[in-house]
Design a protein around this ligand. Sequence first.
Ligand code: SF4
Ligand code: SF4
Length: 184
Amino acid sequence: MKSLTNRSLQVSNRKMTLMERIYLPAIIGGMFITFKHIFKKKATVKWPDEERSRSEVYRGRHVLKRDEKGAERCTACGLCAVACPAEAITMVSSERKKGEEALYREEKYASVYEINMLRCIFCGLCEEACPKEAIFLTKELMPANYERSNFIYGKDRLVEPTDSRVDVSKRQEPAVVMNKYNDK
Ligand code: SF4
Ligand code: SF4
């Protein structure tokens, strides 16, 4: 039969030599390779005891920011949900009532805001789409969990705590902000 390529190899049925039959040289060769790797720098880290350093603009779990007075910035406009290619964001918008000015910055706010972290691909498009600088990705990793339902992050885990604010200044370098608004 005509060969399809010119890279065919003739198979040999020659008998193995004594050294090949006792496998010793191959075993010693394999052990030598293993031994060599003991002295090389390890490519892996012992997670979770050790953490690999991540960039300040690493795209990890999200945070819903508050303004400088502590009010939630999100106005439930839905632009992040529209921009999300994974359809991971859902929200319910509500109207701010009298006396809630300190809680919500705008007249409309998200009474429910959820991100399905199993769907999220951490692309950062929600952050780019947000006109209120309300949602940011942080360099925090998503913790593992056994239950799928625990990957639906609601406001209880997304809104930043008032007593430990999340620094997103590295994601808001002037050039980045200018670029964001020039694109719109
Ligand atoms: S990071 Fe990307 S995939 Fe995840 S919620 Fe935001 S837009 Fe959707
Ligand atoms: S996070 Fe930003 S884009 Fe998303 S609903 Fe709130 S204000 Fe709109």
